[in-house]
Design a protein. Structure first.
Length: 83
């Protein structure tokens, strides 16, 4: 059985960050994986957030959807039935 444990190395000891359900002196193996700090392009996300200034209300979405001539369910049925 394997478990993923997030740990921190302090004072020469690996300490789990969450409680673990193992017995005292139980042995196991720890695999160290360096955290990838820069996988998320926060500068790009910030620039996108600046571009999106307008909040679209639920009422606006409903008004736009109400202008669609057929319902999606009818379209799915028609395609399923080969029409």
């Amino acid at each position: 059985m394997s478990k993923r444990l997030d740990v921190i190395y302090e004072n020469g000891v690996f300490r789990p960050l969450d409680p673990v359900d193992i017995r005292e002196h139980q042995r196991g193996t720890v695999t160290l994986i360096e955290p990838e700090e820069d996988w998320l392009d926060t500068e790009y996300m910030d620039s996108c957030a600046e571009e999106v200034q307008e909040h679209v209300s639920l009422e606006t979405v409903r008004n736009i959807l109400s202008k669609i001539p057929e319902s999606l369910a009818e379209e799915i049925r028609a395609k399923r039935d080969g029409q």
